[in-house]
Every structure is written in C-alpha cells, then in structure tokens.
Write a protein that binds this ligand. Structure first.
Ligand code: NAG
Ligand code: NAG
Ligand code: NAG
Length: 372
C-alpha cells in the first residue's frame, strides 16, 4: 500500500513543479528536438543507473550460489581495500550495539528527518517515554544516508553508521517512486542483507514509528521473517498488507537467501519499490524452496494510522503510515506522544479499566485509503 509506505511522505511537490517548469522552458526554446535529446539522455541515464557502482553497498564477502546469486552488476565490481574496511566498520558498530544474542534495532535516517524538531527527535523521545523502552536505545543503530543525518546522529546517539553511497545524494525528501527514492529503498534491502550475513538479527524500524513498549515479548518464536501490516487479518495469511517499515528478521541461511531473492526480484518488477515487490513475491513458490517462514505482526500491538492499536494497554509501536506530507506527520506524531503521556499519567486502576485510545490521526488523512 503506497500511502502507508515508509518515506512515502518524502514527496516534495515544489520540486516536481520546478522540474516541470524547467522542461517547459526547454520545450519553448528548442521545440521538437527536445523529446529526442531527452530520450537519449534518459536511455544513457538508465544504463548508468543500472550499472554497477550505484547499487553497490560494499563488496559481498560471502559467495553465493544460484538461484540467489547477485546480479552481474554487483559481482563485476572489483573489491578494494578501502571498501573492504566498510564491512569492518559496520561490524564494529553492530558489535557495540548488539544484545547478547546478536540482535540489533536499526533505522535509516536522512537529512530531512534528522532536522531538529523533526521525526528523529520524536522517535528518540518515544523510547524515553515508553514503558521499559529506554534501555533499548543502547541497541539502536542509526544508519545515516547522508552527511547531515550522520552529523546529527553523532550529537544525539551513541551508535551511528554512515552508509556511504558513491555518487548519490539521499538527503532531502526523495520524491516518491523517483529513481532516487527507489534506489534508496532497494539499497536498504541490500544493506539489511549484509547485516544478516554478518550474523546479526535485527528489528528494522522506520523512524516515524513510536516505541511505547518492548516489542520482543510479542514476536513469534517460530518465524525467520516477521513484518508489521498496514491492515492485518491473521498471523500467517499472505493476503495481509505487510509494511516494510517494521520487521524482525533472524539471521539464517533462510533469511539471507530470502533477502537475495527479494533484491534480485526488483529487476522482474521495474519501477516498484521493495514493499510492492514483497507483495508479489510473497506468493512465489520459491519461498518454500528457500525455506523461509514469514509471519505477520498484529496491529493490536504493532499499529499505525492505517489501523491503529486501539488499546493503549497493549500497544508496542505506532507507525505514522497512511500519512502523506512530512508536516502533517510531525503534527500527528506530536499529538500521539501527548496522548501517550496523558495515558501514563492516569492512576493505575483507571489505566487498566478504562478503554483509552488515540486522538489521532487528525491531519494525516485516511481519505481514499481503504483496505483492499
Ligand atoms: C548455511 O550455509 C552454509 C554455506 O552454504 C553452510 O555451510 C551451513 O551449513 C548452512 N547452515 C544451515 C543452518 O543450513
Ligand atoms: C524473474 O523472472 C524470471 C522469468 O520469469 C524467473 O525465471 C526468475 O526466477 C525471476 N527472478 C526472480 C528473482 O524473481
Ligand atoms: C493541521 O490541521 C489543522 C486544522 O485543519 C490546520 O489548521 C493545521 O494547519 C494543520 N497542520 C499541519 C501541519 O498540516
């Protein structure tokens, strides 16, 4: 569900309008030759975009065999000493943050969300006001996608990793489904695969998810890959609408091969982001061959604006999904934190007995977003 997708708010209308203005300007000046030139440019761009270095996170250190082999775009990249140290740098950060069983909590951050009074501040605040969640900050690794986000992370948090991405600028609000946006989302999948290959389990959380309670008691013990939902039916049904913004993945051959398959599937579904492709491949017979067990997390505990966790006595996390526009998101997340504080301030018996729920979404409109 696109509207519920992490970063879907990364939509900056002004930007696209600027582009349109610029193109119109070229059209007026150069007339009909423009489509040809533009077409040629797009072809060149596409070839470059597809080519090796842009997709490269860092060289794969585990050789893998078909059918989960990385595409040639990746294997052709020569490995070199400085890049290899990226792996060690990542491992150092993960090691410091990991729990005893090699589990880390991870989020990705870019400039726009890292600004003061933006999403990242609210995210950290939720951990501090949640029940027994403050200690989990010791296990949170922030993956900065640009220099500004990295600098800001270093000020606020002990575990920051700068995902160096050659020749790419992921700062700002990437336009939804633009090449930059797609590249950013797919790079995330590739990166998380690397984390699994290093032997770490992870809870991946979008930064626009508020943590109110420890989620670990509510994870399934018998699933390699568990994922939150925009709309939830039951724990096993592939018809659920998974939301890639929150998932818990255990490192194993199953999960590593699943991430490889997921990443490689992007070429079968062009112009789709990771979540839409997941919605396609979740029915693929290959999943059985890979041996991955997928389960869906109940919105009663892992809710969002699409389908809120109604009972504040149960909620673990709440996602600002089904919300378009960064300002609206910030507005409603602040109210959500306020609701939570009011709930915590109630006397114990009242908290337990009276049904308490949210006063959000308000500005995050759900209009037109209905379960399929
Ligand atoms: C995972 O794969 C590696 C390499 O192919 C193999 O040595 C190992 O036994 C596998 N582990 C499990 C649990 O299947
Ligand atoms: C992509 O499609 C081809 C042809 O249908 C299929 O053989 C291949 O397994 C698919 N790859 C992935 C990663 O889905
Ligand atoms: C939120 O909604 C209120 C009432 O419609 C409006 O006045 C306010 O400007 C909105 N704020 C944002 C950030 O969208």
């Amino acid at each position: 569900m696109k509207a519920g997708t992490p970063d879907s708010e990364g939509h900056k209308p002004e930007n696209s309008q600027n582009h349109h203005h610029r193109y119109r300007h070229y059209f007026l000046r150069y007339g009909s030759r423009v489509p040809l030139v533009l077409g040629a440019f797009l072809v060149i761009f596409f070839v470059l975009y597809r080519s090796a270095s842009l997709f490269q996170v860092f060289p794969r250190w585990s050789s893998s065999s078909s059918p989960f082999r990385q595409g040639s775009a990746l294997t052709n990249v020569p490995s070199s000493a400085p890049e290899k140290s990226e792996r060690d740098k990542l491992n150092d950060v993960l090691e410091k943050a990991a729990m005893g069983d090699k589990t880390v909590i991870m989020t990705t951050l870019n400039d726009a969300w890292a600004e003061p009074n933006s999403i990242f501040d609210l995210f950290l605040e939720s951990f501090k006001t949640g029940i027994d969640t403050k200690r989990l900050l010791n296990h949170l690794v922030v993956i900065a996608m640009d220099q500004k986000a990295y600098d800001r992370c270093l000020i606020l948090h002990p575990h920051c990793y700068f995902l160096i991405t050659k020749g790419k600028d992921f700062s700002g609000d990437a336009f939804f489904l633009s090449p930059e946006y797609l590249d950013m989302m797919w790079r995330r999948i590739l990166f998380l695969q690397s984390v699994l290959e290093l032997g770490y389990n992870f809870v991946f959380t979008d930064t626009d998810i508020m943590w109110f309670r420890d989620p670990f008691p509510h994870f399934y013990s018998d699933a390699d890959f568990q994922i939150s939902c925009d709309f939830y039916w039951n724990s096993w049904d592939m018809k659920n609408n998974p939301n890639g913004g929150f998932n818990y993945v255990k490192s194993s051959n199953h999960s590593i091969n699943f991430y490889k398959f997921w990443y490689n599937s992007r070429t079968n579904y062009t112009n789709m982001h990771d979540q839409d492709v997941l919605n396609k491949i979740k029915y693929d017979p290959m999943l059985r061959e890979i041996g991955i067990t997928i389960k869906f997390l109940d919105t009663a505990y892992f809710g969002g604006f699409c389908q809120p966790s109604r009972d504040l006595n149960k909620v673990c996390t709440m996602h600002a999904n089904c919300c378009i526009g960064l300002d609206r998101k910030i507005h409603d997340l602040k109210i959500m934190l306020e609701d939570w504080r009011k709930y915590l301030a109630l006397p114990d018996d009242e908290r337990a007995s009276r049904p308490n729920s949210w006063t959000v979404p308000q500005n995050c409109s759900l209009k037109g977003l209905v379960p399929p």
